[in-house]
Design a protein around this ligand. Structure first.
Ligand code: ZN
Length: 239
């Protein structure tokens, strides 16, 4: 079995109508008021920020988006005989799983926008249920078990990544034979370090991204074509 890791960033989901929120050029970084809605300290200390955050989640594209050709190609590649695929994603949209990737083979480095979590008792439940409560008139729905503050199960600014998820991602990056970075600028952690670790440990590094990345020189192959066509072609060739 050949262990292949695909690291995906915002660029794989733009064809699904989800803009880059978190990246250096992302929506949130360019708009300080919007960034407050996803910054842990503001979110926890200010109920008005939470009310606006729920409205943003209610109207945002994350839950209604559909997987595109690149997500589908990744899920099909997972079924290639002789290939063991793991997806490490910076995205919180769950589109890899919706396209057919087995959830246990997808590591969500920044969490999932499809779930909510209580900051006090850590109970998880579905975002759709929480948004239904917002629709029904609760402007800042609290945890139904303990009354604690509910937040999206994503890693907000000011929060640490889950060390278990990160450790697993590092292990895969060290062990894989092929590491494909798709739609990520490789400029923010942990994405950058994962690509570096993979290259240091002898993986063939392939970069598929519209813009140059700091790892292009280490890459065996750099693809600048649109992801929606380039990634399916690349995976077909590798398969
Ligand atoms: Zn709770």
């Amino acid at each position: 079995m050949t262990l292949v890791a695909i690291l995906s960033g915002a660029g794989i989901s733009t064809d699904s109508g989800i803009p880059d929120y978190r990246g250096p050029q992302g929506v949130w970084r360019k708009d300080p008021e919007a960034e407050k809605l996803v910054t842990y300290e503001y979110y926890m200390s200010d109920p008005e920020i939470r009310r606006r955050s729920w409205q943003m989640r209610r109207t945002g594209p994350a839950l209604s988006a559909k997987p595109n050709a690149a997500h589908v190609a990744v899920a099909e590649f997972e079924r290639t005989p002789g290939v063991s695929l793991r997806v490490l994603t910076q995205n919180v949209d769950g589109l890899h799983q919706l396209a057919g990737m087995p959830p246990r083979k997808v590591l969500e480095l920044h969490g999932s926008a499809r779930s909510v979590v209580c900051v006090r008792c850590h109970a998880r439940s579905s975002m759709a249920d929480a948004l239904a409560r917002v629709e029904a008139g609760e402007d800042d729905p609290a945890c139904e078990k303990c009354g604690g503050v509910l937040k999206s199960a994503t890693v907000m600014f000011g929060e640490n990544l889950d060390p278990v998820v990160l450790g697993e991602a590092l292990g895969i990056s060290k062990a894989c034979e092929v590491f494909i970075a798709v739609g990520t600028s490789l400029q923010v952690q942990p994405a950058a370090s994962l690509a570096g670790v993979a290259a240091e440990h002898g993986a063939r590094l392939i970069v598929v991204n519209a813009e140059p990345t700091p790892y292009d020189e280490l890459a065996e192959e750099v693809v600048r074509e649109p992801i929606g066509t380039a990634l399916p072609a690349l995976l077909k060739r590798l398969g």
